[in-house]
Design a protein around this ligand. Structure first.
Ligand code: ADP
Ligand code: MG
Length: 355
């Protein structure tokens, strides 16, 4: 749980400080007042990167050289500080007062998920976001997933480099053993995690879309075949393209639904609901494994949704038991099961609403 937060020179925020409530927090303010900036800063503290893919230069307040984020989390009986600084000197991460090697230390200390107006891309966009979705759950649930994932990436890079350098078939084959082993480990880890998340996926899908859905893992090579055979039979094609075509780096999650629901899924609102159902399911699963409340950031959750859908979404969010920070133009637009702690943003500054 995040207790205190401070952002300095992040986007339009000169210096913004929050003392967050343990359950529900609402940030409201006019258009362009800094709501998204504040949420993005919170997300950055738990990820070491922007959820919108923004560059450090774009995130640093105009005229400044760096931004600094600080947070204090409650962990078990104790407290821990988190610090992030990024600018011309590069990313610096501190956890518990000590320099951390990578942003993974932030993700471990402050696991969080984001539902923002771009969330529909999880459905409408390419498979990369869906792989990342699954890998996020796996990172928190499966102890060695990050290690497996990193080693697989390295093996893929090496194999691809060999393909591009027009290495002989036997040289390329020599990379296959390592590649195959790590590919199978990654595949197993993801399948296990999708299984673990399935019940929550179905339940949240049913609740938010009021329709029966299916979620199926597509492994990244034809389902009725072995990866080893695909590597062997595809070696000519891989060499021609200079990239490995079969493997878990091509995996996807296929959402199944009936025809009526499929037609509805062309709408952005429906895509947002489905994506939100997936994110809530992931949050629930990771939270159950970690046995502590996660942070859920909702940027303008009412956007694109009709009133009933917003009510259902907020109902599902409230039922998770996580710490929530939501933004809204109007303070009354979102319903919470108990009064949220309310903050007002104005011209890059934050004030606490006492009422
Ligand atoms: N790097 C930056 N430096 C200064 N201002 C910025 C920077 N990036 C964005 N802004 C400004 O921050 C303001 C608030 O944006 P945003 O947080 O998206 O507002 P809201 O979500 O409340 O509509 C905008 O006017 C935007 O132009
Ligand atoms: Mg905004």
């Amino acid at each position: 749980m995040l207790l205190r937060f401070r952002a300095t020179d992040f986007r339009c925020l000169k210096k913004a400080e929050l003392e967050l409530g343990p359950r529900f927090n609402l940030i409201h303010g006019a258009n362009a007042s800094g709501k998204t900036s504040l949420l993005e800063a919170l997300a950055y503290l738990g990820r070491g990167k922007s959820f919108r893919g923004a560059t450090t230069a774009n995130l640093t307040r105009h005229g400044e050289n760096e931004f600094v984020l600080f947070g204090e989390i409650e962990q078990g009986a104790g407290r821990k500080t988190l610090g992030v600084r990024n600018g011309r000197e590069g990313l610096e991460v501190r956890v518990g007062g000590e320099a951390a090697a990578s942003a993974a230390a932030l993700a471990e200390a402050l696991p969080l998920q984001v539902i923002d107006p771009e969330v529909h891309n999880l459905i409408a966009g390419g498979p990369e976001l869906r792989r990342r979705f699954l890998d996020w759950v796996a990172f928190h649930v499966e102890h060695d997933h990050l290690q497996i994932w990193r080693r697989f990436r390295r093996a893929l890079k090496q194999r691809n480099a060999a393909l591009r350098s027009r290495a002989s078939e036997s040289t390329i084959r020599s990379w296959n053993t390592e590649f195959l082993k790590l590919a199978m480990d990654l595949d197993q880890s993801r399948r296990k995690v999708l299984d673990l998340t399935m019940e929550a996926l179905l339940a949240h899908g049913r609740l938010l879309l009021q329709s029966e859905l299916g979620f199926e893992y597509r492994q990244g090579w034809p389902s009725d075949s072995e990866l080893a055979e695909n590597l062997e039979s595809g070696i000519e094609r891989d060499r021609a393209l200079g990239a490995t075509q079969a493997g878990p780096h091509r995996a996807d999650i296929k959402v199944g639904c009936d025809e009526r629901q499929a037609r509805k899924l062309v709408s952005r609102g429906q895509q947002k609901l489905l994506a939100s159902a997936m994110i809530l399911a992931a949050t629930e699963t990771a939270q159950a494994a970690l046995q502590r409340p996660l942070l859920l950031l909702l940027d303008d959750p009412a956007a694109e949704l009709d009133r009933d859908s917003v009510t259902r979404l907020m109902g599902a969010v409230s039922g998770l038991g996580c710490q929530v920070v939501a933004t809204s133009l109007e303070p009354e637009a979102l319903r919470f099961p108990e009064p949220p702690r309310v903050f007002h943003v104005e011209q890059g500054g934050v004030s606490y609403d006492a009422h």
